[in-house]
Write a protein that binds this ligand. Structure first.
Ligand SMILES: [Zn+2]
Length: 125
């Protein structure tokens, strides 16, 4: 399960951060997930529930915000949302994206990342 391995990497970072900051218990974690990651939000939450057991994150809420895919075209200067169709093959390999305006190859500006935005936690005095 792809979501599980992604979430376990996220957890490693979260746990390291919480230890650094003497976190007692965590209430909320905000995660930003790009549309181009094709990660299932429900699967991510499911993996989270399993991974937080026995940690300071146990009982916290995972809030997932999606981020649309944005591209930039160096040929015509287009910058904006990407039009693409959901295709199961994308889950294995990202396709080459073309500019919706001039159809030249465009580069991805955002949408392929999975970022920890912030977490709400109680800190030890
Ligand atoms: Zn273009």
């Amino acid at each position: 399960m792809h979501e599980f391995s992604v979430m376990s990497e996220v957890m490693d970072t979260l746990v390291a951060e919480s230890e650094k900051n003497d976190v007692k218990s965590v209430r909320k974690v905000f995660l930003e997930v790009g549309d181009l990651t094709f990660l299932g939000h429900e699967q991510l939450k499911f993996a989270y529930e399993i991974l937080v057991e026995g940690t300071v994150f146990d009982g916290s809420e995972l809030v997932i915000e999606s981020k649309p895919a944005l591209v930039k075209c160096s040929s015509c200067g287009y910058e904006g949302e990407l039009k693409y169709e959901e295709n199961p093959e994308f889950h294995l390999r990202l396709p080459d994206f073309s500019c919706p305006k001039c159809e030249n190859p465009a580069s991805i500006v955002s949408g392929n990342e999975c970022i920890i935005r912030r977490m709400v936690a109680d800190v030890e005095d």
